[in-house]
Design a protein around this ligand. Structure first.
Ligand code: ZN
Length: 230
């Protein structure tokens, strides 16, 4: 199963992606995380995109697709979750072409829908682990009590693109860019929407219900066999 997770910054995509990844043993291709890692390493790619991302803008399609293809090569047979891409119609079309070459299809596109006021509230209270980038909310039940669950790191920072001005730019750029994408997947009958205003567990339950239905369909058409079938 190959799925695309879709949603504005702050919709909880990253959290849901990790939950789905663990449950379904899928490979996660999260371009934002990869780019932030490159920035941290100060690689040539990192240096190239650092300023762009700090301003709340997104790196070029060329960069995103290059990362995507490299990740996909490493994944081999495993199904994938795309988090943070496609971000433009061009990226979506190129992903379809690349998938076709390696005999894959996009099976489902899940959009996590959240009101804009709520997004701004969430993003401005988000902190991330300095070491591994895992996001946490300040003053909420997800507060890590000073220690990162993933890597035991103790330093937390605000991402430069979570500063108020950058947040507004990100949401505007996101909305402008994704409108045609929503239509693109809607026309193919692939787009499903979940209510991202609900708590994490409920959003996840909505997603699992959709994935369950998709797996039944793809199994029927002989495209996918999960371990339980064998
Ligand atoms: Zn960490």
């Amino acid at each position: 199963m190959n799925l695309i997770l879709f949603g504005p910054p702050g919709a909880g995509k990253g959290t849901q992606a990790h939950l789905i990844k663990q449950r379904h043993e899928l490979a996660l291709i999260a371009t934002g995380d990869i780019l932030r890692e490159e920035i941290k390493k100060k690689s040539s790619l990192g240096l190239e995109v650092e300023q762009v991302m700090a301003e709340g803008r997104f790196p070029s399609d060329e960069i995103i697709l290059k990362i995507f293809e490299e990740c996909l090569e490493n994944v081999k047979e495993q199904g994938v979750i795309l988090d943070g891409l496609p971000r433009t119609l061009n990226q979506a079309q190129k992903i379809d072409q690349i998938f076709k070459r390696v005999d894959r299809t996009v099976d489902i596109v899940i959009q996590i829908s959240v009101d804009e006021d709520e997004l701004i509230k969430r993003l401005s209270s988000r902190i991330v682990c300095k070491q591994c980038g895992t996001p946490y909310m300040e003053d909420s039940s997800f507060h890590p009590k000073g220690v990162c669950y993933e890597c035991s790191g103790r330093d937390f920072i605000r991402r430069p693109d979570d500063e108020p001005e950058a947040i507004k730019t990100r949401l505007k750029v996101y909305n402008d860019q994704t409108k045609p994408l929503v239509e693109y997947y809607l026309n193919q009958g692939l787009l499903k929407v979940v209510d991202g205003m609900k708590p994490v567990a409920e959003v996840n339950a909505q997603i699992e219900a959709l994935l369950g239905a998709t797996q039944v369909l793809t199994r029927k058409s002989g495209c996918l066999y999960s371990a339980q079938d064998i």
